[in-house]
Design a binder for this molecule. Structure first.
Ligand code: SF4
Length: 704
């Protein structure tokens, strides 16, 4: 026969927040090969073991290819077996269940669990459907489990989410300090950039702090093993060392920093039997901070002497001092990196603050090589979970649902009646599981998640909710995961290059790809599912009368019409699609839906420091780091000369905060909630092993 050439196209890898570029080879409608993209700045042709298997993951024999619903005697039954049904049957039953719950219990009883694996427009469409369509903020991504502490601390410190630096810092730093991060196994491609720097520049040093030894320790100049929880004491000791050794950068602090002190009047206090209100109060109290001064901060830090830090942490004084000197030395450019060690810490927000404190005290921030950097795990934890705002409390561009002005802004952009969007913060991921268990969340949709594998306390808190007779649980997935198999309705999902997509990686890089192949059978993208489902509801069924009586022009229209075919999201015609590529969703809906949703979404951030480039640009390039202003990406935010938002002569401007200053927030060392005693004499700590995503397959290690 005639030889068919392999067609190669670019895409980001779908597995992690590093955001490597890959080349995808397609032949006869199938992905037949992938390799690292030599033109991708992130990975420069390399892939890790997960990336190598990108094509394999698409063609498992057990791919889901049609909807499955629990049936008995030809009708849906909670106790029935999963049987193949048509999309119409699936959506009819699903709509019936959602309408029943909305009518009987109202919007609080409807919810959705999303993901940092969602493409940008899938998360955005889900956010519109839940908040504006069903009028609930019970929408949360799995990013809640891994990076809530990081996101909160970015906002509290800089007034804006996400790192100020980027991966280019790897080539500029003189020292790398890994706070708990096992990069050699978890971020192997970024680790190659560090090892390259270390091996080609003899003066470079790597200090790795961890509660146990791992493969990152092997190549480190100092592998520091500390007692669990004592990192807080080590961080405060370094702050004290910086102050005592006169290494504080006073003029920087004067111009660009405010001092605050964390509310410490809380204690651990949280018990499994605490009510949601008590938990919410605790979370709120833990986040409060009060104005303070450098002098007061110095006073608070003064108790963290070298001796005390060494005693608390079990680390030799020489090792701690060497580490402190790196931060204090004005000639040494330091990059601090962390992941779950800080972000899943019982005092995760404090730990994040403490590392920013070190960089702010010394002015080592927002310039090449001086970079506090929170690494992410999901491919679009930044792009979709954080930037699009699929959290229970967020809207796009760092806006919040409980801020009336922000809601007005979203209603205006979405062309919706005023007062439609709910202001109550929704249930976060863990609360959702508890509400399902308790029969208070009754219509629930899960996308891109294997929650029964990854949620905490699944046997007691998660699984019972899925099988609670009061609930109707829908799972969209490409494979029959344990979560899908516990659902009442399973919807087959298209994955990765079976649809057009966009991800945002850990360094603010937005990266697009085209649809390259069709999904098998009747599998459809999450975007298709969300938008198609919206056709089954009219405003009269789901919006309250007081909204409709003030805005009668919305009466009797479908959610599809008011949310997706609203003159904004349907602005771009099919003729705008690059003819070289398939675009199944756009053809189905009759307009370039991805472009419409993206441009509408991007309008939230343009001019506000979150500027994204025009849609078409992203299909041409290997990603761009926002803010993208006048076609130019921003490598270092908040710094004159790099960030177009910083005025000339200002040096630094942390413009997320009204006074353009960052916050140093003092917090104390607090002992772990539990420590070994005579009866239970071992520490049990968690860590990740090669090839795992952050929420998945967390291994337990015993350290003595
Ligand atoms: Fe994919 Fe992450 Fe591996 Fe890069 S490091 S190839 S993005 S899994």
């Amino acid at each position: 026969g005639e030889a068919v050439e392999i067609q190669w196209s670019k895409a980001p890898c779908r597995f992690c927040g590093t955001g490597c570029g890959v080349m995808v080879g397609v032949k006869d409608g199938r992905v037949v090969a992938t390799h690292g993209d030599m033109k991708a700045e992130v990975n420069r042709g390399l892939n890790c073991v997960k990336g190598y298997f990108l094509s394999k993951i698409m063609y498992g024999a057990d791919r889901l290819t049609q909807p499955l619903m629990r049936m008995k005697n030809g009708a849906f039954a909670k106790e029935g077996e999963l049987e193949p049904v048509s999309w119409d049957q699936a959506f009819d039953e699903m709509a019936r269940q959602f309408k029943r719950v909305l009518k009987e219990k109202g919007p609080d009883a409807v919810g959705m669990f999303g993901s940092g694996q969602w493409t940008v427009w899938e998360g955005y469409a889900a956010s519109k459907l839940m908040r504006a369509g069903f009028r609930t903020n019970n929408l949360d991504p799995n990013a809640r489990h891994c990076m809530a502490s990081a996101a909160v601390t970015f906002i509290r410190t800089f007034g804006m989410d996400e790192p100020m630096g980027c991966y280019d810092d790897f080539e500029h730093a003189d020292a790398f300090v890994l706070w708990g991060s096992n990069m050699a196994e978890m971020h192997p491609i970024l680790w190659t950039r560090i090892t390259d720097r270390r091996l080609s520049s003899p003066h470079v040093r790597i200090h790795t702090l961890s509660t146990y030894e791992h493969r990152t320790s092997d190549l480190s100049d100092a592998a520091i093993i500390f007692k669990p929880g004592s990192d807080l004491a080590i961080l405060n000791y370094i702050a004290n060392h910086i102050i005592q050794s006169g290494s504080v950068k006073s003029d920087f602090l004067e111009k660009h920093v405010n001092f605050r002190v964390a509310n410490t009047d809380i204690g651990y206090g949280l018990r499994p039997d605490h009510t949601l209100e008590q938990r919410a109060q605790h979370a709120h109290d833990a986040q409060v901070s009060h104005p303070s001064t450098l002098e007061a901060y110095a006073q608070l830090m003064s108790e963290y002497t070298l001796e005390k830090a060494s005693e608390v942490s079990g680390v030799r004084p020489q090792q701690l001092e060497a580490l402190a000197r790196l931060y204090a030395d004005p000639q040494t450019k330091v990059m601090s990196l962390w992941t779950m060690g800080f972000n899943q810490h019982v005092r995760g927000v404090w730990a994040n603050h403490m590392v920013y404190n070190l960089h702010l005290l010394t002015g080592k921030i927002a310039e090449p090589g001086n970079s506090p950097f929170s690494l992410t795990g999901q491919p679009s934890a930044c792009g979709t979970a954080r930037e699009v705002g699929t959290f229970a409390h967020r809207l796009p561009a760092d806006m919040q649902v409980n801020n009336p002005e922000h809601r007005r802004h979203a209603e205006h952009t979405w062309k919706l009646p005023e007062g439609l969007l709910p202001g109550k913060v929704g249930y976060h991921a863990v609360q959702q599981d508890r509400m399902l268990r308790d029969g208070k969340l009754n219509a629930y949709w899960i996308m891109c998640n294997n929650n029964l594998q990854t949620a905490p306390n699944t046997n007691n808190e998660t699984y019972p909710g899925y099988r609670n007779p009061a609930n109707f649980v829908v799972v969209s997935d490409a494979y029959p995961t344990v979560t899908a198999m516990a659902a009442d309705l399973v919807l087959p999902a298209a994955m990765w290059v079976e649809k057009e997509g966009a991800y945002g990686n850990a360094e603010r890089r937005t990266h697009f790809w085209h649809q390259l192949v069709d999904a098998p059978g009747e599998a459809r993208s999450d975007l298709w599912q969300l938008v198609e489902f919206s056709k089954r509801f009219t405003t009269d069924e789901v919006w309250p009368e007081e909204i409709l009586s003030n805005a009668p022009e919305y009466r009797g229209r479908t959610l599809y019409q008011v949310l997706f075919a609203n003159g904004e999201a349907d602005k771009f015609s099919l003729s705008e699609i690059d003819g070289a590529y398939e675009n199944r969703e756009a053809k189905h809906f009759g307009f370039y839906i991805q472009k419409g949703l993206f441009e509408e979404y991007a309008s939230f951030g343009r001019g506000h420091g979150h500027d994204l480039a025009p849609f078409n640009t992203y299909h041409q390039v290997r990603g761009l780091r926002w803010p993208v202003v006048d076609g130019k990406e921003t490598l270092w935010r908040f710094r004159e000369g790099f960030d177009p938002y910083v005025q000339r002569g200002a040096g630094w401007e942390f413009y997320g905060n009204p006074d353009k200053k960052a916050n140093v927030v003092a917090a104390p060392y607090e002992p772990p909630a539990e420590a070994p005693d005579e009866e239970f004499d071992l520490w049990l700590v968690t860590g990740r092993v090669l090839g795992c995503e952050p929420n998945q397959a967390i291994a337990a290690f015993v350290v003595s």
